[in-house]
Design a protein around this ligand. Structure first.
Ligand code: FES
Length: 109
């Protein structure tokens, strides 16, 4: 599927060890700064829809604020239920001139 990068946040506004939720083009994204490396995951927890970006980070895991399920930030892998159906989608990220850009799927014409 084609994708396109969208500017979502200044890098300086997401310090290492922090995460946040953003909405862009009808997509909810959890943005995480893992030791200076930015990762973007689907913001919707596959358990019951909790907002992952409003959770906390424990090492390289993000912890859902609703019931505590943990997901590996670099891969989106669910640590609670190790099955692909419980993983969260990842999005590619690039930094351009100090701005975080996330690759979102292009909408069909
Ligand atoms: S909604 Fe995320 S752990 Fe339940």
């Amino acid at each position: 599927m084609d994708s396109h990068f969208i500017a979502v946040k200044k890098l300086d506004d997401l310090p290492p060890g922090s995460c946040t939720s953003i909405d862009v083009e009808d997509c909810g994204i959890a943005l995480c700064n893992l030791g200076g490396e930015i990762h973007a995951l689907d913001n919707t927890c596959p358990h019951a829809g909790g907002p992952l970006g409003e959770g906390t980070m424990e090492g390289d895991l993000i912890v859902c604020p609703w019931h505590g399920w943990k997901f590996h930030i670099p891969t989106g892998t669910c640590r609670k239920n190790p099955s692909p159906s419980w993983n969260v989608q990842r999005y590619d990220v690039q930094i351009v001139d100090g701005v975080i850009q996330v690759a979102l799927p292009s909408k069909a014409d």
